[in-house]
Write a protein that binds this ligand. Structure first.
Ligand code: K7E
Ligand code: CUA
Length: 667
């Protein structure tokens, strides 16, 4: 215990000092001049950008407007969301299936918008799962998760979901090295060096449909892969990954993985890997991983388990991988818009190394290596180095670019954003953040064509920025205007979960393709009712299928009898509306389930197993019309073995003449 305290002291003190030192006395004085005007989007006016923000430990992705900071939507991705029925409806449950079964939560760190020719194309946004390693693809026509693929031979997927310039691949590097799935993993933890491996997955993305497939995995020595970015322009064909724990420690990484002065940036020649793959040098390995896809015509997810992956041994197969030394626990690994400069950010470093792609190529050609690490050539630091930014701040994490030759780097320890020139490496400006910034984002800031209007900082600590809300405070984003030479703070907004990376796209690019309704005639759900006439209740053994429709302001049917205790009741709710922004909700008293929220033209299913006899109300949860409160109904549950016949009706009132349906009481 004592040893632990002593060892931790160094890092803790550094963080504490850094944090305290940069806390301004009067934070409100940080906003000045015309800031309010710049961030103000008048009621009824649209924002300039969509800002897609990772939700961290919420597992979701949230969408804000820039520069207003208004929250538009939370897109459920890796975590269940009772508000939208995500992970609760029968259709969405398959989307959260993995090789470990149903996993209701994850930790989403990075969002990445798809690109064409190195520019944001507005089609998809990808997200990574840091816990049970997965990559998700969200369709920006519907703002829904369209696909989730799991990664075998991995544990934690952090250096992800970064993409190549035409979205040929999404990558995923394992954060925790572990024994591969196809080897015996029941080994002592102390055998890290022998048995633990690092893998990097290259996931191909279908040009038209976006469908994801693991094209190949690279097998590497056991280290922790952290972040990554693709080359672009001249460096297209290469991918760069930061990694730490080259010490290969398996305990107290805080200390033991910070022993060496330098870890590495791994440069991957993925075109070379493709050649080896074509030449049949990959080994097909037996593994198990999930791929879940959403079908928009059946409004259902499909879960499949895949059983094979192609692995390339990136140590034995030469010229795929090279290492570049990078000081003090590298984190961010960012490539500038020209594709020439690679910025490595060491979490404990007090300088920023900038590497040159051209120099790296020359060094490889000249074999200017300082040796090997676990069989991979290590390029001499100076031979790949363009230069170092001197005294930029403390604890550089991430860098984005403005396309005008400048870089913006976030500094966690000294709580600031620092602007510097890529060519001459001179610091040009610095702005405090409140507090302890993690990622930062400029619209298009990791693409070939940034829109350098704003930089948004995503902070880890919010202390004293908002009204106190008990021990936990919302985390916070801050928007700076960067249209001038100096950064100007113009707005703060709280975020959902913990924001890590975020990306923004021009509003038009996304809004022009936004789906408003699903066409009811194109609904191919097996239990759809395309009109009230098709609504019905069908018993199959102990399963009861309710084909129920919703339209302002009633369900059809709204009286159901003949359900018995222990039945599996499936309410297949079809929303018959064909108008924008008219969802109907659906809930049942006592169901061990969430609500459904059904979009116009869509069918979603709520499963309910009644455990008691009685009358159970159903109702619409989404205020859809003046008579929304009236949008309700009743289900009668009778004992197991009762002979109450299965009946259903709409509009047969008890005050009407007694009908066969409502008279059937089983006596
Ligand atoms: Cu820096 Cu997980 Cu991208 Cu967060 S990581 S800050
Ligand atoms: Cu439908 Cu409220």
């Amino acid at each position: 215990m004592n040893a632990f305290l002593k060892l931790s002291l160094g890092t803790a003190a550094l963080l504490a000092v850094g944090f305290q030192a940069c806390k301004p006395k009067n934070t409100s004085s940080a906003v000045s001049g015309d800031a309010a005007v710049k961030a103000y989007v008048p009621p009824g006016k649209y924002d300039e950008f969509y800002n897609f923000v990772s939700g961290g430990f919420s597992g979701q992705l949230s969408v804000y407007g820039l520069p207003s900071g208004r929250l538009f939507r939370v897109i459920p991705v890796f975590s269940v969301d009772p508000e939208k029925g995500w992970g609760y409806s029968e259709e969405t449950k398959p989307m959260l299936m993995t090789s470990h079964g149903f996993v209701p939560w994850d930790d989403l760190h990075h969002t990445e918008l798809s690109q064409t020719n190195g520019e944001i194309d507005g089609r998809w946004v990808f997200g990574n799962a840091n816990n049970t390693p997965r990559v998700a693809r969200v369709d920006l026509k519907t703002f829904r998760t369209a696909e989730i693929i799991e990664l075998p031979n991995s544990a934690g997927n952090h250096s992800s979901p970064f993409i190549t310039e035409n979205t040929e691949y999404v990558v995923a590097g394992t954060r925790f090295s572990v024994p591969v799935d196809y080897a015996n993993g029941d080994v002592p933890i102390s055998t890290y060096k022998q048995n633990f491996k690092g893998t990097i997955s290259f996931i191909s993305v279908g040009k038209e449909d976006g469908k994801m497939d693991i094209a190949f995995q690279l097998l590497l020595p056991g280290v922790n892969f952290d972040l990554s970015h693709a080359g672009k322009g001249p460096s297209h064909g290469w991918f760069f990954f930061s990694c730490y724990n080259s010490e290969q420690a398996n305990t107290l990484l805080e200390v033991n993985a910070s022993q060496k002065d330098k870890d590495f940036i791994l440069a991957v020649n993925w075109k070379k890997a493709e050649e080896y793959l074509k030449a049949g040098k990959g080994k097909k390995e037996k593994v198990r991983y999930a791929r879940n896809t959403w079908d928009e015509s059946t409004h259902s997810g499909k879960h499949e388990i895949l059983e094979e992956v192609t692995v390339l041994d990136a140590v034995a197969l030469k010229d795929i991988c090279y290492l570049i030394p990078c000081p003090k626990s590298p984190h961010g690994c960012d490539v500038d818009p020209t594709g020439e400069y690679i910025v490595g950010s060491g979490k404990l470093a007090a300088l920023i190394p900038v590497f040159s792609y051209t120099k790296m190529q020359k060094a490889i050609a000249a074999k200017a290596f300082e040796g090997e690490y676990e069989g991979i050539p290590v390029i001499k630091y100076e031979e790949a180095l363009h230069g170092e930014v001197q005294k930029p701040g403390l604890g550089p994490l991430h860098t984005e670019f403005d396309g005008k030759g400048n870089a913006y780097t976030s500094f966690f320890v000294s709580s600031e954003i620092v602007k510097w020139n890529i060519k001459d490496l001179k610091v040009l400006d610095r702005a405090p953040t409140f507090y302890s910034i993690g990622h930062l984002s400029i619209p298009g800031g990791d693409s070939k064509k940034p829109s350098p209007k704003y930089v948004v900082g995503y902070n880890k600590i919010t202390k004293d920025r908002y009204l106190p809300t008990g021990p936990e405070l919302a985390q916070s984003a801050q928007i700076y205007d960067i249209s001038g030479d100096k950064m100007q703070l113009i707005n703060d907004f709280p975020t959902i979960g913990e924001p890590h990376y975020a990306q923004s796209a021009p509003a038009d690019l996304i809004s022009k393709n936004s789906v408003k309704i699903f066409k009811i005639e194109e609904n191919n759900h097996p239990y759809v009712a395309k009109g009230e006439k098709e609504s019905k209740v069908v018993r199959e053994g102990n399963k009861v299928h309710v084909y129920i429709t919703a339209i302002r302001s009633h369900f059809s049917p709204d009286n159901i009898e003949g359900v018995k205790v222990g039945d599996e009741v499936y309410f297949h709710v079809t929303n018959l509306e064909q108008d924008w922004d008219v969802p109907h909700g659906f809930a049942v008293k006592g169901a061990n389930n969430a609500e459904l929220l059904v979009m116009p033209g869509e069918t979603q299913t709520l499963k309910w197993v009644p455990e008691k006899t009685g009358i159970f109300p159903i109702y619409c949860t989404d205020f859809c019309s003046a008579l929304h409160q009236e949008m309700s109904g009743y289900v009668r549950v009778s004992p197991k073995g009762s002979n109450v016949p299965l009946t259903f009706s709409l509009g047969k009132n008890s005050s009407d003449a007694m009908s066969k349906e409502n008279n059937s009481n089983g006596h």
